[in-house]
Each structure stands twice: as C-alpha cells, then as structure tokens.
Design a protein around this ligand. Sequence first.
Ligand code: ARG
Length: 280
Amino acid sequence: MSLTGVPPPTEGHPLPRQLKPLKRALAVAAVALAAFSLQPGSAQATPEPSDPGPSVVGGTRAQQGEFPWMVRLSMGCGGAVYSKQIVLTAAHCVDGSGPDTSITATVGDVDLKGSKAISVKSAQVLQAPGYNGKGKDWALIKLAKPVSQPTLKIAETAADNNGEFTIAGWGADREGGQQQRYLLKAKVPFVDDATCKKAYGNQLTPGDEICAGYIDKGGVDTCQGDSGGPMFRKDAAGGWIQVGIVSWGQGCAEPGYPGVYSEVSTFAADIKKAAQSLGG
Ligand code: ARG
C-alpha cells in the first residue's frame, strides 16, 4: 500500500500521551493527526458509515455472524462484547470514567445500516485507572441494557500472544480514508517487542502493548476508527480469544511500522475486576 503525504517518523510525532491536546488543538496540522495518532475515526471525519467497500487496510468483508461480538461505537471506535452488558474498548476512545449516556453501541450486523443492527446506549464508562496516554489503553462501557450477542473471551495469559491474529473493524480502509459501512477483516502476524521497538523506540510500552503487522511490506493493518476493536485468534481449545485492543501506529499499514495493540493478557485481571465493579 503506497501512501502519500506521510511525514517521516521523526517529524510531526505526537506521542500517544499527547492525545488529548491533539484532539482539542484543531490547529495541529491534519497531516500530523493522520500520520501518527490515537484519535478515533470521528476526530477527523464523521463516524457515520458512508462508503461501502473494503475497513481495516488490506481487508476483506467479514461474513454476517462471523465475529458476532464486534461492536461499533458512535464516537468512531470499535469494541468487543465482553459480557452481556459490557463492551471492552480503548481508553483513548472515551473521556474518563463515570455515568455516560452519550455513546451508542451498534451490534448484530456487519452492515451498520442492516436489518439486524441493534443500537444500545451507554450507561457508564470506566477508563483504565491511571491512563495517561501511554500504555493502559483499555476501557469498559456499560450498556443501558444487555445485548444477546455472544461474548469474546479475553486472554488471561501470554500463551496466545504469538502467531497470526485476526483484526476487524469499520474504520478507514486506508490512511486518511473514510469510515466503513461494512465490517472488514484481515490477518496480521505477531511482531515481537524488540522488532517493534526498532520502529517506535520509547513510544512503545512493551509490557502493555503487543505489535502486529507485515514489517517488510506493510499493506495490512488496522487504521483510524478501528481503535478499541479486538485483535484475536483461536486458542488451544479452538475458540476465539482476544489478545489485543486496537491502539495506535505510525500511519496505517506502512512498511516498517506495525500496528500497536493493548496487550490484553497484561490487563486481564484489571479488566475482570473493573467489570465486576460495573456489576458484570
Ligand atoms: N488510533 C486509531 C483509532 O483511534 C487506531 C490506529 C491504529 N493504527 C494502526 N496503524 N494500526 O482508531
């Protein structure tokens, strides 16, 4: 995937922790926002689906029912059904913790405008305790009522933090591209911390983050608007297990720059505890 207008990583290099200033400072060059950012898809364009066609860079359409726990969030992020009434997403997709009825979660249909699509309002948000823009990029959204979707199990150990992962979302299908109406999916290989550090240096928080992508060629990746959505694989028992949460990257699908995901196994105990505090 060849992309234009992308500054080298040394220029316009907003760190993940600078997310809030970035979100608010509209004067910041759009190119910098597009090139290296944590912001949800809505920050630069409408979160509404518009252009049917291939989300996730280098992806193909997911089948109806293939990933039934996929969630689209109205601020322009993804998520996964963690329990009947709780969605797991990224901390950078939400604005802190507390009662919040402003978010709409859509589940049940690969087509956001499809007849099976169900929308439910949020009731409460819990952002990872201590989240400051570097690492800890997870959050829970408690829904106003339960959904009937199956849940996606989260990785509680590092056993599955390797191999080939599946990514999916309604985000942009290319760097600077539009949000999608139809769910896209793709597969990306695990990238170890040492290799990922070569790309990102100290911007990477290795214990909190797991990288994935085709280092040499690029071409396949999550992108703006996929944030908060799950990265997953089959576990030893043959069931889907969530190993990552879409977090950030240098542009999308650029050679040399893998996607960076929250390492779910690191936070599994905290997530479980937080979900219990929200009433399951
Ligand atoms: N921060 C983006 C979002 O809010 C996700 C970026 C993922 N980037 C990547 N190259 N994998 O949607």
